[in-house]
Design a binder for this molecule. Sequence first.
Ligand code: UD1
Ligand code: CA
Length: 492
Amino acid sequence: MTARKSTARTRTDPKPAPSAPLSVAVLAAGQGKRMHSELPKVLQPLAGVPLLWHVLELAASLSPEAIHVVYGYGGERVREACAGVREACTDENERLSAPATLQWVRQEQQLGTGHALAQALAHIPEQHQVLVLYGDVPLLRTETLRALIALAAPQGIALLTATVADPTGYGRIVRERRGPLRRIVEQADASAGERRLREISTGVMVAPARQLRRYLAQLAPRNAQREYYLTDVVGLARRAGLRVQTLAADDTAEVLGINDKQQLAAAEAEYRRRRARELMQRGVTITDPARIDIYGAVSVGRDVLLDVNVALQGPVRLGDGVQVGRNCIIKNSSIGAGTLLYANCVVNDADIGADCRIGPFAHLRPGARVAATAHLGNFVEIKNSAIGAGSKVNHLSYVGDSDVGSGVNIGAGTITCNYDGVTKWRTRIGDGAFIGSGSMLVAPVSIGAGATIGAGSTITSDAPADKLTLARSRQLTIEQWERPRRAKAVKA
Ligand code: UD1
Ligand code: CA
């Protein structure tokens, strides 16, 4: 369970309440002064994507009627950044695609969270329940929000609170002596006694559109920040005799609001812990969960091992028994069962088959397709090439724009010279060919199946199958040659 109702303060309805249509409002118009950054706060990256994107995904996971995003500071840049992230994060199974019902609402001047919500509310029908999310509270969980919606539904008001060790910066929950909530006081307006309260408002609430409209209209910027505080709605509703239920989040990391770079780093650490925990629950062995970076969708087989400092940037698929050594970076790639990646490999937009041995220090670039049981060794770079089953490229080679058959052996320091400055040409190497060390294969060129290329050759024409081809100048020894001697200096 992620959140619990404070039983002393809330009534539990025995019958499941009929649900009202749900609209989500995401407040994301603020500048985020405390970030001291050119980048609008909601575009600061968490796990490689803007904060706001996490919140939009969360909102979409509830399948609401519509998501209204209030934006302002940073203007169209905010919209554009979130459109771009959509492609980066979407894959066929695990990620949600961006919601079709995303509505952007501009808040011209940032007059406060209450004013921001009022902009969205102009587009939300009377009978809807409204879930308010903040663009800088990205780590909430769907289950927590569902519990909050259930607590409020269909016509009530519910607020997500948390009791935190350090409440600095948050609105404090002020309660009546017997327990019911009275109001929220912002840090800037709180008395010394109120500042000591450790129960805070997460800002996240559910309320009927009708009630929100009524109480937002009553807000006044009579406070230390001269802003229209959304949080004042709670006090106004209470004074009008309405019940405001509270749900306390158990996991305080979940409700972290991100205002500065320290909180951003704390959120990043929490995100990392969460993703590592998820993978461990699926059976992955992680050497050190604090030293691993997992972004995007990752699918794993059984008995996968991820060593220290591995970074996975999804979509990534790892088959059964895959072992990923220290400092490997794998992005948008799949790795077949039983394959071992030794330390320091970089694999990007590549597809590796089963039971391969890769690295240490191998670099697989976009379009590398490596069939089962192949070996790629240290300082080997593969780009836009197919490597056939069981082939070996063990040391210091560049294979680009090539089709390499199966059972091929490519000696140390072989280079496919694929680029003439204008065009990328292909190299074809037939099954079972043997390329001697230090060969230059000047594309376009074909090496026949079973051909052997003598070490140190520069191959500029096709080499026939099953023959030895050499292309290097003959070695000469000059028998009568003598090394020149320096004439002795004569003293005057
Ligand atoms: C807010 C709450 C505080 C709560 C905390 C939780 C208010 C007045 N205070 O404080 O009670 O404990 O969040 O994290 O609501 N925004 C707009 N338009 C504006 C102002 C803000 O869209 O005019 C957006 C911001 O982009 C941000 C969110 O609203 O995403 C919250 O604003 P922020 O200034 O960070 O509020 P806090 O001081 O953190
Ligand atoms: Ca905030």
